[in-house]
Design a binder for this molecule. Structure first.
Ligand code: NAP
Length: 312
């Protein structure tokens, strides 16, 4: 089967650049949206040029220019959007409604993967303020996609390893400590950690796969479904040292959010749902979904121990 041509929107982002790389690696003709709003962001320009040097087609288009988006979409079969959606960086999820409008107009797109890549928003209808905005906005985009009859795959990638493993699941920390650790609650709630490069690879593997058409791809590498305590134990083994442990109760955690700025509060509520409530692991995958490591068993994903080795 001929491999789909892919357009990556948000290709210079934290996940987006990995999607571009994975798309090359998996042998897809790869297009990357190049927005004029990039201005004099020299890092982004250099990154786009390096994509071009590796064979990507840069497509000039703006979210502010509907027809330029339509023209860009007409070049490809599959569109993957990795637009920003982390408040401490930037949150532009609803801008994707413009992509949805352009996909409707273009009429040729065989599959759209919107910027999701985290907790399944359809399971977060009872999420806390203010962090629920992430899930609510992603659901608005889903509704628009489905109302327009656009074929889709949603990727629920669980915890980006860099954010969650980096700080051993402590919010606001992305480097592992060597002396002490704050456990969230009893530290026994299971979460799922995925190397961002692996998220990109699974995402690209799924785009031509009929088994994930109009479904959610859940990324649940079995070795990486661990509690915070288990993650800490792996780190302690790697550094051959025990960390001093303190526990933060639910009440203390929620109280600590007061007075923090909005973006931090959004992130903290996400940690609360993951690490205190277990929102990533408290459900089974039904007919509306499929699990990545089962679909693509030949792909050797990075386990938590190997991921953490880079910090030693
Ligand atoms: N599960 C997790 O732990 C986790 C962690 C982080 C992120 N995520 C999710 O992953 C997705 C991508 O997040 P990210 O952190 O990779 O994003 P990011 O690096 O913050 O941004 C990605 C790209 O979005 C585009 N963008 C930003 N502002 C824009 C604007 N005003 N108009 C048009 N495009 C704009 C830019 O691409 P260009 O300049 O190239 O157009 C940017 O490089 C989001 O859905 C997020 O929620 C999940």
């Amino acid at each position: 089967m001929e491999k789909s041509k892919v357009l990556i929107v948000g290709g210079t982002g934290y996940l987006g650049k990995r999607l571009v790389k994975a798309s090359f690696t998996e042998g897809h003709e790869t297009y990357v949206l190049h927005r004029p709003e990039i201005g004099v962001d020299i890092e982004k320009v250099q990154m786009l040029l390096s994509f071009k040097a590796q064979g990507a087609h840069l497509v000039a288009s703006s979210f502010e220019d509907h027809w330029s988006l339509v023209e860009a979409l007409k070049l490809v079969d599959v569109v993957i959007c990795a637009i920003s959606g982390v408040h401490i960086r930037s949150h532009q999820i609803l801008l994707q409604l413009k992509v949805v409008d352009a996909i409707k107009e273009a009429g040729n797109v065989k599959r759209f993967l919107p910027s999701e890549f985290g907790t399944d928003p359809s399971r977060m209808e009872n999420a806390m303020e203010p962090g629920r905005v992430t899930f609510d906005d992603k659901m608005v985009v889903r509704k628009a996609i489905q109302e327009a009859g656009i074929p889709f795959t949603y990727v629920s990638a669980n915890c980006f390893a860099g954010y969650f493993l980096g700080g051993l699941c402590q919010p606001g920390l992305i480097l592992p400590p060597t002396d002490s650790i704050n456990l969230l609650g009893d530290g026994n709630q299971k979460a799922i950690y995925v190397d961002e490069d692996d998220i990109a690879t699974y995402t690209i593997k799924t785009i031509d796969d009929p088994r994930t058409l109009n479904k959610t791809l859940y990324v649940r590498p079995p070795q990486n479904i661990l509690s915070q305590r288990e993650v800490v134990q792996i780190w302690e083994r790697l550094i051959a040292k025990q960390l001093h442990k303190s526990a933060i109760s639910e009440e203390q955690f929620l109280a600590s959010m007061k007075g923090k700025d909005y973006a931090e509060q959004v992130g903290l509520t996400h940690y609360f749902h993951v690490c205190y409530e277990g929102c990533l692991t408290n459900f089974g995958i039904g007919d509306e979904g499929a699990e990545a490591s089962k679909l693509y068993p030949e792909f050797k994903y990075t386990n938590v121990e190997d991921y953490l080795k880079r910090y030693i």
